[in-house]
Design a protein around this ligand. Sequence first.
Ligand code: 3PG
Length: 213
Amino acid sequence: MSGQRIVEIEAQLTNLQLVPVVSLPSVDAGLRLAEILIRCGLPVAEITFRTPCAADAITAMRKEFDELLVLAGTVLTIDQVNIAHDVGAECIVIPGFDEGVVEYCLTRNIMVCPGAATPTEVLQCLNMGLQKVKFFPAEVAGGVGMLKAMAAVFSDIKFMPTGGISPNNLGNYLALDSVFCCGGSWLAPEALMKEGNWREIDARVSSAVASLK
Ligand code: 3PG
């Protein structure tokens, strides 16, 4: 992946402000969701490697929907980095910091956004040359107050808070200069997809997009 493409993706995430974090029950659910996200004006999804269809779903979503930005989430190992990258995920999101996995991505020019919940972890990211990190699990790790405290010392770092983000607190996070976008699973929970409640998912995505304007 070129450095230019990474800059473009970072700009796209900053512009979109919100990333649906999604554990897909099936490939079909991925396609259905992609159509809703694009139609509602939120053409991005972090597909977690928590369900067995993740890689196949990313392949299908990328093939069918050119305009969808697909991140791979809950990536824990180098093997998963390779799988996610091979099927076309454009950013690897890791829930925590692992030097080996991060190093592997960096040496192969694969965009990576590791998780950090403490100043020590943020410092490790910074010292590997990263400027974008996932703040996870945001709410229980100190939320907006913790981010304000960390932003005071890590002025070069921008955060993607995820974990406990909801329509009630999204605006508080996005109001921080240190936040480039937020992630959240409330938009398309696995249970709603399993029961085929696409109307509710559509309503949640539409309402979130409206709140971002
Ligand atoms: C993640 O995968 O990043 C989080 O589990 C999402 O957190 P949430 O379910 O609280 O949005």
